[in-house]
Design a protein around this ligand. Structure first.
Ligand code: NAP
Length: 478
């Protein structure tokens, strides 16, 4: 095992292409040990004036040169990919995920930059004749505030950075105080690749996030995080009619039909629920299996949970790391004990792992129903309730009986029948015989109901970082 020693490394916020000095720092904890291993800069809300002013200055030139933006984003992709060896271990240390997953997250950031570099910002000529011309442009908005959570700090930042910059905006990113370091290091890697002020990264505890929303300079807030905080962001942004994109929580159902082959479903379903230790907005969070297959499925999932290797993310072969932080660890413990008190049967796990850090055994629960907190609420951790249903209409109704609507999945030997059921599910994406299969750079991702507002990725995500403008006039042909 290689433990990363960052105790003597100084991390700086990046503003205007330079280090931003701060008077204070805050602790960053390695969730595999529960100990502080680094300090992050505590940028104050007052310092944001200078950060946003630099972003606004940079915007003047950045918005003008479409071809330059393409070239620069391709160079940025290469720089990020070249820094995987440096960035991935920092991500493991602060987030907890296995090193292979962390490397995948950094590589994906490079791929996102490349994809958006090559995407055109649309310009539609509606009319251009001997009398008039009419054109519809997509103009950048200006400076964007981006706020991200702790489960995928780089992926979720890049879903904002790449399209925002491609469209001609400049951006100020604030990662979660639980995972500030990799995003700070990313900005360091991109210094000199991106023009000064185009990308800034600031870190600091509450109320820095709120200050990024209320500041008068940014014209858009792109937020990924919990539903309660997302609602506060929407209210605060409305004061200034800032545009918002909100990617919020999920409580994603998987429906397993009677004809599904339990053996082949189980492994894919397990990793759709337990990848990143269940700390994925679109993880499977409740399973509805037909009563004929539910008992066998429960046992197969229990077996997979028992055999998953949980360890420090830097240990070779670790498949799951710890929970990211103590409040989340305590929340999972509380949800499981609430379920057990209510009569749930623990098929596997059901307890914290006896070692330092925030390790929790992957947990499968049987004998639960929709009234349990672990079913009603987003657990965001390694615990999965597996329930039985009798007929398909009942399964659809129970799947839809949630304030959330991020993603869902339907599993069956008959893909066409599963797709018909998918169309009845109220969520932003539904996958057949897999979960999250539509999470791709070229497809729109966003939630219905309390799971969000707007979408990210693809041309739709790019458009969300623009404002429509019509230019029309007498013919240009004369
Ligand atoms: P969170 O508590 O909502 O925090 C998210 C970010 O918002 C953090 O950077 C946080 O910083 C900041 N913040 C807190 N209060 C704020 C305010 N009033 N104004 C502006 N920013 C504020 O979420 P989390 O616990 O980090 O992440 C887990 C949640 O994210 C889950 O619900 C998960 O489903 C959701 N998520 C959604 C998606 C998606 O794409 N739909 C993807 C991943 C995660 P401070 O901690 O300093 O307050």
């Amino acid at each position: 095992m290689t433990l990363l020693d960052l105790s003597s490394t100084q991390f700086f916020a990046t503003a205007d292409g330079r280090d931003l000095a701060t008077d204070a720092t805050f602790d960053v904890i390695n969730p595999s040990t529960g100990h502080v291993f680094a300090q992050a800069p505590a940028v104050t809300p007052e310092q944001l004036d200078g950060v946003f002013a630099a972003a606004q200055r940079a915007y003047r030139d950045w918005k003008r040169d479409d071809a330059l933006r393409r070239t620069v984003l391709l160079a940025a992709a290469a720089a990020v990919e070249g820094a995987v060896g440096e960035l991935a271990p920092i991500l493991v240390a602060e987030q907890g995920k296995p090193l292979a997953d962390a490397r995948g997250e950094i590589f994906a950031a490079g791929a996102w930059l490349r994809y958006f570099a090559e995407l055109d910002v649309p310009r539609e000529i509606i009319r251009d004749d001997a009398e008039r011309f009419e054109e519809v442009y997509r103009r950048p908005l200006g400076v964007v505030s981006a706020i991200t959570p702790w489960n995928f700090p780089i992926t979720l930042a890049m879903w904002k950075i790449a399209p925002a910059l491609r469209a001609g905006n400049t951006i100020v990113v604030k990662p979660s105080p639980y995972t500030p370091l990799t995003t700070l290091a990313l900005a360091r890697v991109l210094r000199g690749v991106l023009p000064d002020g185009v990308l800034s990264v600031v870190t600091g505890p509450d109320p820095l996030g709120a200050a990024l929303v209320s500041h008068p300079i940014p014209r858009k807030v792109s937020f990924t995080g919990s539903t309660p905080v997302g609602k506060r962001v929407a209210v605060a942004a409305a004061e200034d009619l800032k545009r918002v994109t909100l990617e919020l929580g999920g409580n994603d159902p998987a429906i397993i039909l009677r004809d599904a082959d339990v053996e082949s479903v189980a492994a894919s379903l397990f990793w759709s629920a337990f990848g990143n230790n269940g700390q994925i907005c679109l993880a499977v969070k409740r399973v509805y299996a037909h009563e004929d297959v539910q008992p066998a499925l429960v046992e197969a999932l229990g077996e997979l949970a028992r055999s998953a290797r949980v360890d420090d993310g830097m240990v070779e072969g670790a498949q799951l790391g710890p929970l990211n932080n103590k409040p989340q660890f305590e929340r999972i413990k509380g949800l499981v004990s609430d379920a057990v008190d209510g009569g749930a049967r623990v098929v596997s796990g059901g307890h914290a792992i006896d070692r330092p850090g925030y390790f929790y055994a992957p947990t499968i629960l049987d004998n639960v129903d929709d009234s349990f907190r672990v079913v009603r609420e987003e657990q965001f951790g390694p615990v999965l309730p597996v329930m039985a249903f009798r007929d398909e209409d009942e399964a659809i109704e129970r799947a839809n009986n949630s304030e959330y609507g991020l993603t869902a999945s339907v599993w069956s030997a008959d893909a066409a029948h599963a797709a018909a059921i998918a169309s009845e599910i109220d969520s932003g994406q539904v996958s057949i015989n897999g979960h999250g299969g539509g999470v791709k750079m070229h497809l729109p991702f966003g939630g219905h109901k309390w799971s969000g507002l707007g979408v990210e990725n693809g041309p739709w995500g790019l458009a969300s970082f623009t404002e429509i403008q019509v230019i029309s006039g007498p013919s240009r042909l004369r």
